[in-house]
Design a protein around this ligand. Structure first.
Ligand SMILES: O=P(O)(O)OC[C@H]1O[C@H](O)[C@H](O)[C@@H](O)[C@@H]1O
Length: 274
């Protein structure tokens, strides 16, 4: 999914079956290389269909535009992931430009089998200068460091800043995370529900040079903060449905800075119905 403003795209090579870099790729049914499938699973490289007759919003639908995209098992995919499912992705735009993504994934297996998956909204934020960016809401949390064989560490008490490659999975985070772009005086707020973890990724200079669809200097203007479910995979029995939401909004920086700490964010969590 490509969204202007909040998210960004890069040298943007669109050569199926490779995923296009930028926007908000959907990682399903596997995050990263945590399984036998291609990294981040197949959902981000498939063509989805539009549901022309989507179910209505349960509440509060005024002034919101939405579209439902559907992905179902294909005969090809069943060979590599032997399950039937229906994945409904509702993309909602609020009047102020807020973007809400709601994923509903249902097990439609007819052979009685459960399936298990990991998931992420792999959101690329456009930032003015990564060295001036702070992330609030992840202080003091435990994380798995992908650069150190997923060893577990505990984050220090200050907001997260960037001065080298980062690839971490923060565990059981608050529902609200803020990305502060000082130079632009803009803060992105990310709220999530049903997605306990948050991945933070910036490849920095050396890794960026090894990524063909990322310009050598483009790492300076991007940051991935990804609402995710990685540590504890989701298991669905036939007929069961899982729901995971992410909301993004942009606010002036002064509004958010210093006001987020994990405890208060947990207490104030509620991003409402889909
Ligand atoms: O290059 P991609 O397959 O899109 O993955 C880009 C990045 O995604 C996530 O953030 C992972 O944690 C990283 O390890 C990975 O490098």
């Amino acid at each position: 999914m490509m969204v202007s403003g909040n998210a960004c795209n890069f040298v943007a090579i669109f050569k199926p079956p490779k995923a296009i870099r930028g926007g908000i790729p959907i990682c399903f049914p596997q995050f990263s290389n945590l399984g036998s499938l291609e990294p981040h699973g197949f959902a981000r490289t498939r063509f989805w269909s539009i549901d022309n007759d989507p179910p209505p919003f349960p509440t509060n639908s005024s002034n919101k535009a939405f579209i439902d995209l559907i992905l179902k098992h294909s005969e090809e995919d069943v060979k590599i992931w032997p399950h039937r499912y229906e994945f409904r992705l509702r993309i909602t735009l609020g009047p102020g430009g807020d973007l809400m993504l709601t994923s509903r994934i249902r097990n439609t297996n007819t052979d009685g089998k459960s399936f298990t998956f990991t998931f992420a909204y792999h959101t690329y934020f456009h930032v003015t200068d990564i060295s001036e960016v702070r992330v609030e809401g992840l202080e003091t949390l435990d994380y798995l460091d992908n650069l150190k064989n997923r060893e577990r560490f505990t984050e220090q008490g200050d907001a997260i800043v960037f001065e080298s490659e980062v690839d971490k999975v923060y565990l059981r985070t608050p529902t609200k995370i803020a990305v502060l772009d000082h130079e632009r005086k803009r803060t992105f707020e990310l709220r999530k529900d049903g997605l306990p973890d948050a991945v933070v990724w910036n490849p920095w200079d050396k890794k960026a040079k090894t990524i063909p669809d990322l310009g050598d200097d483009e790492y300076k203007h991007m940051l991935c903060v990804e609402a995710a479910c990685v540590e504890k995979p989701i298991t669905l029995k036939p007929g069961e449905e899982w729901r995971g939401r992410q909301e993004l909004s942009a606010v002036p920086s002064s509004y958010c800075s210093g006001q987020l700490n994990p405890e208060s964010a947990i207490l104030s969590e509620d991003i409402g119905p889909a």
